[in-house]
Design a protein around this ligand. Sequence first.
Ligand code: PGA
Length: 240
Amino acid sequence: MKVTVLKTAEEIGVAVAKIFTDEVKANPDCILGLATGASPIPTYNSIIKTHKEEGISFKGVKTYNLDEYCDLPKADKNSYYTFMHEQLFNSLDILEENVHFLDGNATDTDAECRRYDNEINEAGGIDIQLLGIGNNAHIGFNEPADSFTDGSFKVKLTDSTIEANKIYFDENPMPHYALTMGVNQIMSAKKIVLIATGPKKAEAVRNMIKGEVTPQVPASILQNHNDVEIFLDEAAASLL
Ligand code: PGA
């Protein structure tokens, strides 16, 4: 694991965005795995800035998002589909048919998960996967569990995750289920970049980097990947 500690979330955003835009420059048909939440927002802002200033085209790029809530309309302001369009896709020249999400409203969620996994495999697998980390060390919505998960699946969110994310749901109750890529699937990305900022992430970050590899700390599996870059601010790195 390569760990980089920077002063601000904005500096992290610039550094991580460069990894992604360098990949798009070198491989205009690359496959990117993307994440939602507060952590990637500065990265997305910086990718948009580079796209505008340097004219890098995203027309050949395909994206696959990590997860999506169940039972929330796609057009809801809190769906990850909406988040990604508002935070990134609407400001790039990426093609709508090249951006992919799990459908959290599918009636047969098992079939939907197999469809998504097959599509990623047939596209050639993910070149770079962006991750945040939960306060409970989840990656995607892979919550602490008795075993590491494999492909995409439907998950019941833990109280810790509901507590962390319910701030975004002012009027409507937050969904308690989501579809998420599985841990082994995340691990099959050729490169993984994880961002963590703020003091609430410090314990999860320490357990991810210094603790034993255990499904109770889902992010600890990243110790077994040969190309992981972790970007932290000083608060998130404070227990290392
Ligand atoms: P955050 O979420 O970026 O909003 O902190 C990260 C996560 O839960 O994976």
